[in-house]
Design a protein around this ligand. Structure first.
Ligand code: SF4
Ligand code: SF4
Length: 315
């Protein structure tokens, strides 16, 4: 098998999930591999366990019996019993040993993050080759931000390409161009977000400005890589006519490029909210309303008015 190795030590990726039979994130039927680490902090992120570059301790307090078993086995003292109550000390880094997860009879603990060899990930991906062959599918690397582990991502993508498997990545685009190009060589399709055209609004809702992202989208399109643009869509934040017209104007020079694959709109949902509780973080968009069918029709009409291909992805 064609996995890339560094000296005698095979490269690994820190992932937090894998999924089969996806039909949203790239063409055909796809296997997804979710990488950990992200430079953005989007307030609506539905995978908050992806954000930290290391392991994340997820704690379901409602399942905890305060038995103290996790505190006995944790080598770095993250779990503490204070006055008979189990507390997770989030100021200490988890080393991913999973002893607490194993010892908890009530399944109150889950460690997000697992180091997996590239060859093992490839074997997992390869299991569904038949589905890829009949559907034009393949593997999609997402996250988190896949280029936060650019070398590992490149290794897995290269191994898949050499194995004849179609490849895609989902990226926030906030990455040095050189790291993007490192993975581009082995990537058939880029799924890349435009979250807001206004740099200040982008900063407010994601923690970073958008210039680098927009430059990278242009670079990928100019270099003739296949690019599908994705827009997480939130009522009152980026769903209004002027904002969508700014996106259309930005993409207009590329509308006839064969490698520009159009725009996916991803309506906001609250599926990840309970994970914030498990991580001990605040969820700032509690009051955010979902988009109605009328809203989605209105948003589509802005694209239609410019004869711009758009696809609303309902999860
Ligand atoms: S082992 Fe599980 S049930 Fe016991 S204190 Fe730790 S988290 Fe709670
Ligand atoms: S995985 Fe290991 S280091 Fe991390 S919290 Fe559990 S016992 Fe502690």
């Amino acid at each position: 098998m064609n996995n890339e190795k560094e000296g005698c030590i095979e490269r690994q990726a820190l992932i937090f999930n894998k999924q089969k039979y996806n039909t949203y994130d790239g063409p055909g039927i796809r296997t997804l591999v979710f990488f950990k680490g992200c430079p953005l902090r989007c307030k609506w992120c539905s995978n908050p366990e992806s954000l930290e570059t290391g392991y994340s301790v997820m704690f379901k307090q409602d399942l905890c019996m305060n038995c103290g078993e996790c505190a006995k086995v944790c080598p770095v003292n993250i779990h503490k019993m204070i006055d008979g109550v189990h507390i997770v000390d989030r100021s200490i880094n988890c080393n991913g040993c999973r002893k607490c997860e194993e010892v908890c009879c009530n399944k109150a603990l889950k460690i997000a993050g697992e180091k997996v060899k590239i060859s093992e990930l490839y074997s997992y991906v390869e299991e569904d080759r038949t589905f890829y062959d009949i559907s034009g599918g393949g593997v999609t690397l997402g996250g988190g931000e896949v280029t936060a582990q650019a070398e590992s991502a490149r290794s897995l993508l290269m191994t898949c390409k050499r194995g004849g498997i179609n490849t895609a990545i989902e990226t926030c685009g906030y990455v040095k161009l050189e790291n993007l190009l490192k993975v581009a060589e082995f990537t058939d399709t880029f799924l890349i977000d435009i979250k807001h055209m206004d740099p200040e609004m982008h900063m407010k809702y994601t923690g970073v400005r958008n210039e680098r992202i927009l430059d990278n989208i242009k670079e990928l399109l100019e270099r003739r890589y296949n690019v599908k643009v994705r827009m997480p869509m939130l009522k009152g934040i980026n769903d209004y006519k002027e904002e969508i017209e700014a996106v259309i104007e930005f993409l207009s020079p590329y509308r006839n490029y064969k490698n520009f694959l159009g725009v996916d709109v991803l309506p906001y949902h609250k599926l990840g909210v309970y994970k914030y509780v498990q991580l001990g973080w605040d969820y700032e968009l509690n009051e955010q309303e979902p988009l109605s069918e009328e809203d989605l029709a209105r948003i589509k009409s802005y694209f239609d008015a410019h004869d711009f291909e758009v696809n609303i992805l309902r999860h």
